[in-house]
Design a protein around this ligand. Structure first.
Ligand code: NAD
Length: 381
């Protein structure tokens, strides 16, 4: 057993069908009075924003409802201005990883610009973040956010990690996921699966993260195909949301690796939606890491129902990679970078960017040059 470091976060999680109705009471328990909502237009159209408005009543003092994917810096400025104007004391992200990321970013920016003076970064909280996820991306459980910065017409995703931005209150309500379209179900579900896989072979893995990651693999590989096939299957949606919770917990307590590094670069610099990038890259990243990680991933293969006795761990994990590849293909997600607008001529530049990525540098199989990354991207192209 290796030595490890584990940081716990104080978070209240409420989970269950119809739990959104408890939002107002939960906020009162925390004593927050002026809440700002960050969300997207699709949540207005599908009725989730009106439900939040109803649950919050007068506690809701500001709504910023056109968050674009990957948290764009120019939108942060707009949302920040609104938060200041309305003197908010809590920020709620409703939707996928982007609106939750926006809520974290605004909270952090308020502090950075002096709205909240932190005497000690640990003891003085920021304007607290509340998260109500409607995808399986997992941002609600982590102390991390990413912002896409635009400098000299180049876009680059910058990641910030600070324990104070971890959401304090999280509501998982599977009823809010029944209308998640099949493609988003599939792509964000594979994102959750990737959190479990990379947690299992993370260089900072620890017993709690390994335990939740394995349970996450079991729940996700069982529930995701059912959610894709029958979106309104409440039992499958509930199991999948639990799987995403486990995946998010694993993600929150370890460093990610090659797979996530490549997906961040593809999202920030090639405009590939995060979940779509996950579906394309995951089997390639697992195969690149196979020799270094087979023993760590064999329990995941077992959790997927793959026989591990009487054969090498490499063989069992290779079968798991094939099964994941088939799961992704079976849900009709793109499986090649060329199909999502990435040009072959972009690959060397993307590989260079990825080489500087912290997650790539934390890969269990060391990566020392851009040629290794270009080869992976080329295989995925
Ligand atoms: P997203 O938040 O960008 O949402 C994708 C699309 O899904 C949007 O168009 C949104 O309107 C739509 N959508 C969401 N819920 C819906 C619903 N119930 N019904 C219909 N449409 C719905 O995508 P995502 O994949 O959830 O999150 C990805 C982003 O989150 C990326 O920027 C990624 O880097 C970030 N992320 C961060 C962390 C972290 O720990 N900080 C973890 C995971 C992902």
């Amino acid at each position: 057993m290796q030595d490890f470091r584990y940081t716990g976060f104080a978070q209240e999680i409420l989970s269950g069908a119809g739990m959104l109705a408890q939002l107002g009471q939960a906020i009162d328990r925390f004593g927050w009075q002026r809440v700002m909502l960050c969300s997207t237009q699709s949540q207005r159209r599908n009725g989730h924003i009106p439900s939040v408005e109803q649950a919050l009543g007068e506690r809701l003092v500001a709504v910023y409802e056109h968050v674009q994917p990957h948290v764009q810096d120019f939108q942060v400025e707009e949302a920040l201005m609104l938060a200041r104007e309305r003197r908010v004391d809590a920020i709620l992200g409703l939707g996928g990883g982007s609106p939750i990321g926006m809520a974290k970013t605004v909270s952090f920016a308020l502090e950075k610009r002096g709205e909240k003076q932190a005497s000690s970064p640990i003891t003085q909280p920021l304007v607290p973040v509340i998260a109500i996820p409607t995808t399986y991306a997992g941002s609600e459980l982590t102390p991390v956010y990413g912002v896409t910065e635009h400098v000299d017409e180049q876009a680059r995703k910058v990641t910030v990690s600070d324990v104070r931005i971890v959401p304090k209150l999280i509501i998982y309500d599977p009823l809010l996921t029944l209308d998640l379209p099949p493609e988003l179900t599939a792509s964000t579900g594979i994102n959750a699966l990737a959190h479990c896989i990379e947690a299992l072979y993370s260089i900072t893995r620890n017993p709690p993260s390994t335990a939740v990651a394995l349970s996450g693999v079991r729940a996700i590989t069982s529930a995701l195909p059912r959610c894709y096939e029958t979106g309104d299957d409440l039992e499958a949606r509930t199991e999948m949301l639990n799987g995403a919770l486990l995946a998010g917990m694993a993600l929150a307590h370890v460093s990610m690796a090659l797979h996530h590094g490549l997906c961040h670069v593809l999202g920030g610099s090639a405009g590939v939606p995060h979940g779509i990038a996950n579906g394309i890259i995951l089997p390639h990243a697992m195969r690149f890491n196979l020799d270094a990680t087979a023993a760590l991933l064999a329990p995941a293969a077992e959790a997927m129902g793959i026989a591990t006795t009487g054969r090498s761990t490499e063989e069992a994990v290779e079968e798991a990679i094939q099964a994941i590849y088939s799961l992704i293909g079976g849900m009709h997600l793109p499986q090649r970078l060329r199909d999502v607008g990435v040009q072959e001529s972009d690959l060397p530049h993307l590989a260079q960017l990825a080489l500087a990525n912290r997650s790539v540098q934390n890969n269990p199989r060391p990566i020392s040059n851009a040629a290794q990354l270009e080869a992976i991207l080329r295989a995925a192209w």
